[in-house]
Write a protein that binds this ligand. Structure first.
Ligand SMILES: *Cc1c(COP(=O)(O)O)cnc(C)c1O
Length: 340
């Protein structure tokens, strides 16, 4: 990511980095105001940190995506106020893979003198990231989202003299006083090694994932009433798919022997509530419950993708034939599901 060592604070993961950036920057900018701009598509770490700030009297502006499923620079510009303390947005959405134009949003933030935090947890494995080109003041990353160990992450801080952060964990003066606690050397080395391996083979990993994804999506394109949730641009290797009249829980059960699958985001799959990201994109609760996230990575093989495509196609057909809402011939009779 091309950061200097004194721009990095090691943390226990992107969740902690995001908390440190959002709460820490908000605290450091108390005197400016208590208005924070973010979006309804963010990871629960960012939404949770913002919810906490709301309970302390901050006003949180949750931007909605445009028709393309993206938080636009124009929407961000229109939401800024004199008392805006921070803008916080993700670059790559973990559920849909869509890419927010953080470079353009960062330019707006810089023009207006407002600090900008980017959740880049999903970015490193799937995009060439150069932090100095992101126009971000704070960037959160995670070890295990780039094939490294769990329990390690980092927060990049562009310039502490421009925009500072108040520490959220107090104690010793490790990490320039921003995060107390003994550093987990083995974790840091592990994340460093993962980054090195990633840099050496990301292009070839992505090229392979692009071929596998192309194959998978062309298989699904032949299934009626199926579509990809979220807009473009999208990274290679994350796709969120909607199958009309197919409960994702039932689909997961039907294919679980062949395919590793979870409905909703991995972090919230224990819950049966529909994904807040899919609802944020304008899907109904039913549609959100009929959606699955497919992820293809370095270790996904051609054979696995072929088996998964076959099995999903079969299971979708089986489940639809059992569904009251699906008439023979593939016609949808379910009211309320618009053209998608
Ligand atoms: C996984 C993820 C996180 C949380 O990262 P951890 O290192 O598991 O805490 C935050 N944001 C996004 C976009 C993620 O995908």
């Amino acid at each position: 990511m091309k950061a200097a060592p004194d721009q990095i604070v090691w943390t226990s993961g992107a969740t902690e980095s995001i908390n440190l950036a959002i709460k820490g920057a908000a605290a450091a900018r108390r005197s400016v105001g208590r208005h924070i701009v973010t979006s309804c598509l963010e990871h629960s770490a960012a939404l949770g940190a913002c919810r906490h700030l709301a309970s302390e009297g901050y006003e949180i502006k949750l931007l909605k995506p445009n028709r393309d499923g993206l938080v636009s620079p124009e929407a961000v510009r229109g939401s800024l106020r004199e008392d805006t303390a921070l803008i916080s947005l993700m670059q790559v959405n973990n559920e849909t893979g869509t890419i927010t134009d953080v470079e353009a949003i960062g330019e707006i933030a810089r023009e207006r003198g407002i600090p900008f935090h980017v959740d880049a947890a999903q970015s490193l494995a799937r995009l060439p990231v150069n932090v100095s080109k992101l126009n971000a003041d704070f960037v959160s990353v995670s070890g295990h989202k780039m094939y490294g160990p769990k329990g390690i992450g980092a927060l990049y801080i562009r310039s502490r003299s421009t925009f500072g952060i108040d520490p959220q964990i107090h104690g010793g003066d490790q990490e320039m006083g921003l995060r107390a606690g003994t550093l987990p050397t083995h974790q840091i080395v592990g994340m460093g090694k993962a980054a090195e391996i990633l840099m050496g083979r990301r292009d070839q990993d992505l090229e392979r994932a692009r071929e596998l994804e192309g194959f998978l999506l062309s298989k699904f394109a032949a299934i009626p009433r199926t579509s990809v949730n979220g807009g473009e641009p999208r990274v290679v290797g994350i796709a969120n798919l909607w199958f009309a009249c197919v409960e994702s829980e039932s689909l997961a059960l039907a294919i679980r022997d062949e395919v590793a699958i979870s409905s909703g985001s991995a972090c919230t799959s224990a819950r049966v509530e529909p994904s807040h990201v899919l609802l944020g994109l304008g899907l109904s609760e039913d549609e959100a419950h009929q959606s699955i996230r497919v992820s293809l990575g370095r270790f996904t093989s051609q054979g696995e993708v072929e088996r998964a495509a076959c099995r999903i196609e079969e299971a979708v057909g089986e489940l639809r034939s059992l569904s009251d809402e699906w008439e023979d011939g593939g016609e949808m009779v379910l009211a309320g599901v618009g053209e998608r």
